[in-house]
Design a protein around this ligand. Structure first.
Ligand code: EPZ
Length: 420
C-alpha cells in the first residue's frame, strides 16, 4: 500500500494549476450513456475514481476510442449490459449515477446497491423516489437496485425533500430523455450541477435553471453527443489554499474560477490571509502570519462546502484562538480529529462539531487516512508539523487529488511517495 512521507516545516510558496473537477467528471461520464453518438470529454483529472468510472462504462459495453491524458473519446452505441456490478460499485459509490441515464435510455437498469462509506450511510432514497415519480418500477433484490419502465419515463414535478447533489444529477439525466417536462424543486445548486447541465445541453438536452433551486428539463427524443471540457476542481483549489494558510505561505493557483469559491475564500480571508483574484486565478498571501481561528458551519452550495471541512479543521489546529467547525451534511465526517490529535492538536468533539484550540506546533507522526478529505487534512497537518509524518492508506487521496506530491513539491514541500 502506498504511503506519503512528509517532512514538515516549510512554508508553501509558488504557483500551481487546478485539475479538472472529480465531482463534475463523474456525472458527466455517466451521462455518456444517454447519447447515441460519440462523445469526447476533456480536462478529465487523472484520478482513481475517473479510472474506475471508465472501467464501469466499459463493463456496460461502451467502446473507448481514445484516452490520451486528460481527454477521453468513447462510443456509447454498443452498450450490451445494463448491470453495474457489485465489484465496481463497492469501489465507488458515484456509480449510482448510471442508474438514471441507463433507465431512461434503455428502459432498464440494475445497479448494485451502493453501501455507506466512512463518512455516513449515504442513502439513495431521493434518487429512487424521484425515478418512481417518473414512472419507474424499482425493486431491491440480491443487493441490486432493479429499475424498469414500461415505455419511457414520464416528466413530472419532483420536490426533493432534502438537498442532494447526486439525486439532482441522477434525476436531471433521467428526465433528459423522458417524455414531457420535469421540474426539479429544491434541487442542489453546486457548480458541478451547472457543469453537468451545460454538458447535457451541448449533447442535445433541453435543461434550464441548473444552479438554482428549480431545474426544468424538457425531455428530448435523442441526444447526439459531442465534445465537452470539464470545469476545474474547486475543492482541490480550496485544499491547496488551506495548506498555504496553515504553513504561512504564498500561493497562486491558475485555471480556476474564484466565483465558485466565494464561501471558501471568505473563510480563508477571516484567518488573516490576503487574497487577490482574476477571472481564472487566485493568489493567497499568508507569509509570516500565523492564521487566526475561524468558526464555520458546512452547508449546501453556496454555503461553506462539507468537502472543505476537514481541511479547515487542520488550519484551525495551528491557528491562534479557538475555532468551532460544525458538520451539518454528513453524520460521520469528523474522523480526521483523532489523527490530528495524535499529532498534538487539541480538538474536542461535541455532537457534530469539532472545537479546535489552536496550538503553536504539531508533531509529525504515523497516521492513517480514513476518507478522501480527512486524508487531505492529515497532509496539511503534516506539512506544518515538526519532523516526519507517514500518511498511510493514501489510496483515499489518490481518489481525489491528481499528482498531489508533484504539485506539493512544486510549492517547496518535502514529500515523497513510498510503497514499502
Ligand atoms: C456529492 O455526494 C459529492 N460527491 C460529495 O463529495 C459531497 O460531499 C456531497 O455531494 C455534498 O456536497 C460527488 O459529487 C461524486 P448528497 P452525494 O446526495 O451526491 C443525504 C468528496 O469528498 N442523502 O448531496 O452523495 C446524504 O446522506 C465527496 O468529493 C439522502 O438522505 O451527496 C447526505 O447526508 C464526498 N438521500 C446529504 O443528503 C439521498 O437519496 C447530502 O448528500 C441522497 C442523499
Amino acid at each position: 500500500m502506498d504511503k506519503l512521507l512528509i517532512h514538515g516545516g516549510a512554508s508553501l510558496k509558488g504557483e500551481i494549476w487546478a485539475s479538472g473537477s472529480k465531482n463534475a467528471s463523474l456525472p458527466i461520464l455517466a451521462s455518456v450513456l444517454l447519447c447515441d453518438g460519440t462523445v469526447t470529454i476533456s480536462n478529465l483529472p487523472e484520478l482513481q475514481d475517473v479510472i474506475t468510472f471508465k472501467e464501469l462504462l466499459v463493463a456496460l459495453g461502451v467502446k473507448v476510442i481514445a484516452h490520451e491524458e486528460a481527454t477521453l473519446e468513447v462510443d456509447p452505441r454498443c452498450v450490451n449490459s445494463l448491470t453495474a456490478p457489485y465489484e465496481l460499485v463497492r469501489k465507488m459509490r458515484a456509480s449510482i449515477l448510471v442508474l438514471g441515464p441507463m433507465l431512461t435510455r434503455y428502459g432498464q437498469a440494475n445497479v448494485s446497491f451502493p453501501g455507506g462509506c466512512a463518512i455516513g450511510s449515504r442513502p439513495v432514497d431521493l434518487h429512487l423516489g424521484g425515478l418512481e415519480a417518473m414512472g419507474a418500477k424499482i425493486e431491491i433484490s440480491d443487493g441490486y437496485i432493479r429499475a424498469t419502465c414500461a415505455d419511457r419515463l414520464a416528466g413530472t414535478r419532483i420536490v426533493l425533500s432534502s438537498v442532494s447533489v447526486g439525486a439532482t444529477e441522477n434525476l436531471m439525466m433521467a428526465a433528459a430523455l423522458a417524455y414531457g417536462t420535469t421540474i426539479l424543486e429544491n434541487a442542489a445548486r453546486e457548480p458541478e450541477i451547472l457543469d453537468l447541465a451545460n454538458c447535457l445541453n451541448r449533447w442535445g438536452a433541453k435543461i434550464s435553471g441548473a444552479g438554482t433551486r428549480k431545474v426544468i428539463i424538457e425531455g428530448v427524443d435523442r441526444m447526439h453527443g459531442g465534445c465537452f471540457e470539464v470545469m476545474s476542481d474547486r475543492i482541490e483549489v480550496g485544499t491547496y489554499l488551506a495548506a498555504a494558510v496553515a504553513t504561512s505561505g504564498k500561493m497562486k493557483i491558475s485555471r480556476t474560477d474564484p466565483k465558485i469559491l466565494e464561501g471558501v475564500l471568505k473563510k480563508l480571508g477571516e484567518t488573516g490571509a490576503e487574497i487577490k483574484f482574476g477571472n481564472d486565478w487566485i493568489e493567497l498571501d499568508a507569509e509570516n502570519r500565523r492564521p487566526r481561528s475561524v468558526n464555520v458551519q458546512t452547508a449546501p452550495y453556496p454555503g461553506f462546502p462539507t468537502d472543505m471541512q476537514a481541511q479547515l479543521t487542520a488550519v484551525n489546529a495551528v491557528a491562534e484562538g479557538i475555532g468551532i467547525v460544525e458538520e451539518t451534511i454528513f453524520e460521520n465526517r469528523l474522523m480526521q480529529v483523532q489523527e490530528l490529535n495524535r499529532m498534538g492538536a487539541k480538538i474536542a468533539i461535541s455532537g457534530n462539531s469539532a472545537v479546535v484550540t489552536g496550538v503553536k506546533r504539531l508533531k509529525g507522526a504515523r497516521v492513517m487516512a480514513s476518507d478522501l478529505r480527512a486524508s487531505a487534512s492529515l497532509v496539511i497537518a503534516a506539512l506544518v508539523a515538526e519532523g516526519e509524518t507517514l500518511v498511510e492508506e493514501i489510496y483515499h487521496i489518490d481518489r481525489g487529488y491528481e499528482r498531489i506530491e508533484e504539485k506539493l513539491c512544486l510549492l517547496g514541500a518535502k514529500i515523497r511517495r513510498s510503497n514499502q
